[in-house]
Every structure is written in structure tokens, then in C-alpha cells.
Design a protein. Structure first.
Length: 223
């Protein structure tokens, strides 16, 4: 029970202080961090109820911390395990969308399954087609809902799975290696929280841009 409580506390603290929380967890739990990071990436990509979990920033920090000499984490194992987590997560999300999607979004007043998230992801599909499964990996919230929408739309699973593998490998490898190569810089080590905020901002910038464009488009239609 104690470890479950610690994992739950970690989830909550992670939303407030990703860098510090992950650093402390590595020092206290060692190799168990592999399992915890696997679980977080799986939930962030595989469950439509957890789009708020860190993705890009967590991968970056995991890579940055893994190269430090004072822990037992290995970058290669980290990348391999988190790629598997990301691929299984999307596959699970696709399956949920295929069998339960329409029912989950049937309630317009739902605070979790918001129609705007579904609309945002649908717009992404209209713009990028099947490549959405790959591109969405790099866009928070859309990343969580893209495989779900693919399942609702009954996208061919073989077609989906090929994009899923490419996207999972690209996303995890890119951000973990970014952490490996940039995280060793002295300025980055001293300002991890600032770097995390910057990564989060860059990640959500496309969504902000699309929202602004949509707002001005509606204003033009009304005027």
C-alpha cells in the first residue's frame, strides 16, 4: 500500500514540479522508476481520462536524469521501455475508441470527455490525414485523443498500427535524446524547471495557434 500511495503522490506532485519530483523518485526508488515512467507514458497515451499527465517534458527529463552518474538508469533501456509503453498506450486507446467512443462522448455536459477535445482532434485529422497518428505524438491532448478518434472512425488497424509504431519510436527517441544531449549542459541542469516550462509551451503552441485562428475565423463569419 505504501508504494501505491507514493506513486499517487508522485502523480500529483509531478503536475507541480516535474523535474524535482522525478529527481527525488530516481534517488529513492532506483530501478523502480522504469516501471513508474512506463505507467505514466502508457496512461498519458492510452487513457482518454489522463491527457493532463506530462509527456514531452517527462521524456526530456527522464533522458537528462538518466545520463547522470549518480543513478542506475540506462538511457537505452529507458528509451526501449518507453517506446513500448507509448505503442501499447495508443493501441489500447484505439481499442477503447472502437468499442466505447460514441457512448463516452454522448454526454455533452461531461467534464472529462469534452466535445471540444474531440473536435480539435478531428480537425487535426482533416488537415493531416493518417499522418495524424505520428504528428499528434508531439501535440499534448491531441496525442491522447488521436488514437481514440481513430478507433471511433474505425480506421483500419493495420494502417493505424504502422503509424503508431513510427510515431511512438519518433516521439520517445526525440525527447529522450534531447534530454541526453541538452540535459548535460550546466545551464540546463541549473534551470530544469525553466526548460520544462519552455518545452510545455512549445508543445502546446500549435494548439494555441489553431485556437486563435478558429476564434478570428468565427469573428469574421459573424461580422
Amino acid at each position: 500500500m505504501e508504494i501505491l500511495q507514493n506513486i499517487w503522490d508522485f502523480f500529483l506532485n509531478l503536475l507541480r514540479d516535474t523535474g524535482g519530483t522525478l529527481d527525488i523518485l530516481v534517488s529513492e526508488y532506483g530501478l523502480w522508476v522504469y516501471a513508474i515512467l512506463f505507467l505514466i507514458i502508457f496512461c498519458e497515451t492510452g487513457l482518454v481520462v489522463t491527457p493532463f499527465l506530462p509527456g514531452d517534458s517527462l521524456l526530456f527529463l527522464a533522458g537528462a536524469i538518466a545520463i547522470r552518474p549518480d543513478n542506475d538508469l540506462q538511457v537505452y533501456w529507458l528509451i526501449i521501455l518507453l517506446i513500448i509503453a507509448a505503442i501499447i498506450g495508443d493501441a489500447t486507446n484505439y481499442t477503447i475508441g472502437r468499442f466505447f467512443g460514441k457512448q463516452l462522448f454522448g454526454n455533452k455536459n461531461s467534464k472529462i470527455f469534452k466535445q471540444k477535445y474531440l473536435d480539435q482532434t478531428n480537425n487535426f485529422y482533416e488537415k493531416h490525414g493518417g499522418k495524424t497518428i505520428i504528428l499528434a505524438r508531439f501535440v499534448p491532448i491531441v496525442r491522447t485523443f488521436a488514437p481514440f478518434v481513430a478507433g471511433i472512425g474505425k480506421m483500419n488497424y493495420t494502417h493505424f498500427f504502422s503509424f503508431n509504431i513510427i510515431g511512438g519510436i519518433s516521439w520517445v527517441t526525440a525527447f529522450c535524446l534531447l534530454g541526453v544531449f541538452i540535459g548535460r549542459l550546466e545551464w540546463v541542469e541549473k534551470n530544469l524547471d525553466l526548460v520544462v516550462i519552455l518545452i510545455i509551451f512549445i508543445s502546446i503552441l500549435p494548439a494555441i495557434t489553431e485556437t486563435i485562428k478558429g476564434f478570428y475565423k468565427k469573428q469574421k463569419q459573424l461580422s
